[in-house]
Design a binder for this molecule. Structure first.
Ligand code: MN3
Length: 210
């Protein structure tokens, strides 16, 4: 039994239907996410000084990870952190325009919500290969960016507010090659309450985050 463990989903596999199907959610959680956890634990075997940190702190302190295990920590630590975030920022009976502080922050940074949604969706659709589209707090400002593979914004000192998994495993069973359809559907399940909680944390100065 390794140090890092697969978190439970805060809802049933079928909860996000019809936008994200139950079979995709089950495989994504029990196979893909579990594999990131297992491979992260294998990479950190015997390195208790590193694995005593939360996975997010491990990535924030990436420069302290020995070079010979940087690649598995980036891939599988990133995979564990990214998916742990992803499950929580989705919910049943969610979606719609942003609410609360994130609505104001989006307006300040990107203009109106529909313009932002378009910009984020285009970035996610155009990302070549596998990766994530993100809204992060970077130097106190809200930014939209993408990362390849499972690379986490935490590694670069950016605080992820929310991110969208655009690996084919996230949508292929239901949407096949139609990634833009998956992205359009995903806006119906984004959990703005959790995004607002994460925004509050992301805006706290580094070092005081929990
Ligand atoms: Mn995934």
């Amino acid at each position: 039994m390794g140090k890092y463990t697969l978190p439970q989903l805060p809802y049933d596999y079928a909860a996000l239907e019809p936008h994200i199907d139950a079979r995709t959610m089950e495989i994504h959680h029990t196979k893909h996410h579990q594999t990131y956890v297992d491979k992260l634990n294998a990479a950190l075997e015997g390195k208790d000084d590193l694995s005593s940190q939360s996975v997010d702190d491990l990535l924030r302190n990436f420069s302290k990870v020995p070079q010979e295990i940087q690649t598995p920590v980036r891939n599988h630590g990133g995979g564990h952190s990214n998916h742990s975030m992803f499950w929580t920022i989705m919910a049943a009976s969610a979606g719609g325009p942003a609410t609360g502080d994130i609505a104001d922050a989006i307006k300040d940074a990107f203009g109106d919500f529909e313009a932002f949604k378009e910009k984020f969706s285009t970035a996610a659709a155009n990302l070549f290969g596998s990766g994530w589209a993100w809204v992060v707090v970077s130097n106190g400002k809200l930014e939209l960016l993408t990362t390849p593979n499972q690379n986490s914004p935490l590694e670069k000192g950016q605080a992820p507010v929310f991110g969208l998994d655009v690996w084919e495993h996230a949508y292929y069973l239901k949407y096949q090659n139609k990634r833009p359809d998956y992205i359009a559907a995903w806006w119906n399940v984004i959990n703005w309450d959790e995004v607002n909680r994460r925004l509050q944390t992301a805006r706290q100065p580094a070092g005081t985050r929990t």
